[in-house]
Design a protein around this ligand. Structure first.
Ligand code: AMP
Ligand code: MG
Length: 340
């Protein structure tokens, strides 16, 4: 059941479902989450089942009160409090040593736990009224692009889950930045709205960045293919930015000969340049990377709705949130092409 948020009674109803161990989807500022009581192992198992998520891919626990940080984590470094004061509520997840109270089902049996405080009134109220921290991965079937509105959650789950709280379109449209604070040097395990450089400047120390190519990734989620549309996605990263449109047009011509149904994902400024593609979708102006991030996942699903075979995606500058945009596009793609 998709329910528009009219008043707190609706959120109270959702909280009652959480207390009973049911699954409730809810909006956050990043993407929609699929929530359960983080302290109820049986309820947590339902999440993995509903999503088809590998059980070694741990969940983020969402809190509404800073006091809950100590309930869930131990050996908390002072930097965690500095970061919380600056960025919480907000799109930044901490990895910390876990307290025993955190069920194994949440952490994929790791000794650490992921925690964040979302910046969304509905999410914060739901956590408060549920009187428990809420574990919530993105509310999509495993591997699919994350949902940025309630309709997309319904597209993946229909009536499989007890309730979907509809809070409209999410602000960022990409998942939180994940920073491992359990050991020094700290490291960014997943890029997001808050960049590594911004965190380094704030903490005045070097932070490393975990590579997807690691044979043993520090964040289990990084070894899985993610965010993928049904169409094949080809990410075009030319040696010089000036030939991006030229390269993509050559690829359109090539795939046209193969009789493929072709989509192009591009910035507003280039949309008019592409000829003979079946569907060209511009995700926003290059001057506004936040607009591009908020439209990205929804656009990938639009290509699927149009039954596109191959999506040719432009690449974007890897500055600020651009790092996260390129990370998600890379992980959604079947290949990257530099020159064609
Ligand atoms: P999702 O909620 O689906 O957006 O994914 C949560 C991300 O956080 C995944 O990439 C997980 O692998 C990562 N994560 C959660 N808990 C931990 C942990 N204890 N250590 C490292 N990474 C984690
Ligand atoms: Mg996810």
């Amino acid at each position: 059941m998709v329910v528009k948020i009219s008043n707190n009674k609706v959120v109270q109803k959702a909280a009652n479902l959480i207390k009973k161990g049911e699954l409730v989807a809810f909006p956050t500022e990043t993407v929609y989450g699929l929530g359960v009581d983080a302290l109820n192992p049986e309820a947590i198992r339902k999440i993995f089942q509903a999503k088809g998520r590998p059980s070694d891919n741990p969940l983020i626990v969402h809190i509404a009160d800073l006091k809950d940080l100590q309930v869930l984590a131990e050996n908390i470094p002072k930097e965690a409090y500095f970061l919380a004061e600056k960025y919480w509520p907000g799109p930044l997840t901490f990895i910390l040593d876990r307290q025993k109270i955190v069920p194994d089902e949440i952490t994929g049996r790791l000794e650490t736990v992921a925690i964040r405080m979302p910046k969304n009134e509905i999410a914060l109220n739901l956590i408060k009224l549920s009187e428990t921290p809420i574990a919530a991965p993105s509310a999509n079937k495993s591997g699919r692009p994350s949902p940025t509105d309630a309709e997309t959650v319904f597209e993946d789950f229909g009536n499989e889950i007890a309730m979907i709280l509809d809070g409209g379109k999410t602000e960022f449209g990409l998942e939180s930045t994940v920073i491992d604070l359990s050991k020094k040097p700290f490291s960014v395990l997943r890029t997001g709205a808050i960049s590594k450089e911004e965190l380094e400047e704030f903490l005045r120390e070097k932070i490393s960045i975990a590579s997807h190519a690691d044979s043993k990734p520090k964040s289990p989620g990084m070894k899985y293919k993610h965010y993928a549309p049904k169409a094949e996605l080809v990410l075009v990263i030319p040696a010089e930015a000036g030939i991006l449109c030229f390269q993509i047009q050559k690829l359109i011509n090539y795939y046209k000969l193969e009789k493929k149904k072709i989509g192009v994902l591009c910035r507003n400024e280039n949309a008019k340049n592409y000829k003979n593609a079946d569907l060209v979708i511009s995700v926003g102006s290059i001057k506004n990377l936040k607009e591009i991030s908020s439209n990205l996942f929804r656009t990938l699903r639009q290509f699927d709705h149009a039954k596109i075979d191959i999506i040719l995606s432009e690449s974007f500058p890897e500055q600020g949130i651009g790092q996260a945009i390129m990370d998600r596009l890379t992980r959604a793609s079947s290949k990257s092409i530099a020159n064609f």
